[in-house]
Design a protein around this ligand. Structure first.
Ligand code: MV4
Length: 446
């Protein structure tokens, strides 16, 4: 096993990884920008190294600085967390070339699965359901319009290199196809340096359901209970839960086996998430693969008892995942709330000094956070302050605990999304598990 691991990240996920490493008896090395000297991850780690000025491009995205920090501390491996360089093939490659273990898939795997057209083709070859559409990049608006007519409008154009909804457009009418195609392609080219688009039939009101998998070097792949991530705003998830209120044991098995088949075919190693859309008839369609640990991994941990970060580290060190096999049935229900420093009505970021702080505790409540009273939330990075995760014997109990935990939380000095969550928890459709990616607009919550 590794003796020392560097964490190429900040905030709550850096704190979370330090916790996993400490339990494993592995020394942790934090990196921090000049804006993060006072950050909890830099204080908690066994060693800390400053890697540059506040802008992420000069610090948390600065590959040279990160590698230098790993070398001076004699770290053997790097955990990338999520965001920043977690899905950057060049970073994985440089780590490898410098003799450092990147805790994640290798660069070529990341490239293959990060290309959504390639991933869609792989899923198709594996016999996994995909939505009707193109398997090749759309060459020109005219041929694509003909296909869209066959699929029937609405259709959706997506960027091969896509992420965060950029380069993505719903097209409802044949006449707007060409201009929309051109603007989406231009946007994708600007954002990713890759203007390739593909086309899919558009689902009007789907759920977003995803399967966590873990794969070891010997080719064993396990799937975990699904996460329901439908409640989001502008492609930012607000809360996630496991299991999904819409998924039966037989559907869980089908989706899980599809995810495993795909990742076996890819010869994947490490943690990944296979995303699906689920329609109102209970049919599911492959969407994309994330090759990192995700923000919402704790709900899976809470219903299975598996520490996914420790599993990632163990797999990267060459260990087998067989011992996890007996812990893959969901026990109870978990919900995660992403507490952001932002106005709960306008979603405008609200950085500043946290003058008062009280976290909830008690049965079934977990808080993953880097906050402490007196900490100043810097304006340079994303506004996630904390994740409050509740667990109950069933969904109704988890909801009651969530109401109790969130109403007993105090974060003074910055605005947070807590009031929004209290409104969602009192919504009748939410209580019934009647969710979709359009939940917030349909329920007139925002
Ligand atoms: C879709 C879709 C409906 N039909 N594809 C959004 C993020 C990107 N990964 C894919 N997304 C969607 N793809 C088809 N064919 C609806 C969405 C979508 C969505 C998906 C998951 C969670 C939130 C969403 C919000 C808006 C649209």
């Amino acid at each position: 096993m590794f003796k020392k691991v560097l964490i190429a990240n900040r905030g709550e996920i850096a704190v979370r990884v330090i916790a996993a490493l400490r339990e494993m008896g592995i020394r942790s090395v934090a990196v921090y920008s000049e804006a993060d000297r006072e950050c909890l991850h830099a204080r908690l780690a066994d060693e800390s190294v400053c890697i540059g000025p506040p802008p992420a491009i000069q610090s948390y995205l600065n590959i040279q600085a990160l590698i230098a920090a790993a070398e001076v501390t004699q770290s053997e491996a790097i955990h990338p967390g999520y965001g920043f360089l977690a899905e950057n093939p060049r970073f994985a490659e440089v780590c490898h070339d410098c003799g450092l273990v990147f805790i994640g898939p290798d660069a070529s795997m990341m490239e293959k699965l990060g290309d959504k057209i390639a991933a869609r083709n792989l899923a198709h070859k594996a016999g996994i359901p995909i939505l009707g559409g193109t398997l090749d990049p759309v060459a020109d608006a005219r041929s694509a319009t003909a296909l869209a007519r066959k699929l029937r409008f609405p259709v959706i154009l997506k960027a091969a290199a896509g992420g965060g909804g950029r380069g993505m457009r719903v097209v409802t009418d044949e006449r707007e196809f060409e201009p929309v195609f051109l603007s989406a392609s231009e946007e994708a080219e600007k954002a990713f340096g890759d203007g390739r688009l593909y086309l899919e039939k558009y689902l009007e009101n789907p759920r977003h359901v995803e399967i966590q998998i873990m794969a070891d070097r010997k080719g064993e792949v396990l799937y975990f209970p699904e996460r329901e991530c439908s409640i989001q705003r502008r492609h930012q998830k607000l809360l996630e839960e496991s299991p999904s209120p819409a998924v039966t044991p037989s559907l869980r098995k089908k989706m899980g086996e599809c995810a495993v088949k795909l990742m076996k075919m890819a010869h994947y190693e490490g943690a990944a998430t296979v995303e699906f859309l689920l329609d109102e008839d209970g049919l599911f369609y492959f969407m994309e693969v994330n090759t990192r640990i995700q923000v919402e991994h704790p709900v899976t941990e809470e219903v299975t008892g598996v520490d996914l970060i420790q599993a990632q580290v163990a797999v990267a060190a060459g260990e087998r995942i067989a011992p996890l096999r007996k812990r893959l049935q969901p026990l109870g229900h978990a919900i995660e709330f992403r507490i952001n420093a932002e106005d709960p009505k306008t979603f405008v970021p609200s950085p500043g000094k946290v003058t008062g702080l009280v976290w909830p505790g008690g049965p079934g409540v977990r808080v993953d956070s880097h906050l402490y009273a007196g900490y100043t939330v810097p304006p340079h990075y994303d506004s996630l302050l904390a994740k409050i995760i509740v667990r109950g014997a069933d969904r109704a109990e988890a909801i009651r605990r969530a109401r109790r935990a969130l109403s007993c939380t105090v974060v003074e000095g910055v605005k947070t999304s807590i009031p929004l969550f209290l409104r969602i928890l009192d919504n009748a459709a939410f209580a019934q598990g009647d969710l979709s990616t359009r939940f917030l607009e349909r329920q007139a919550i925002v």
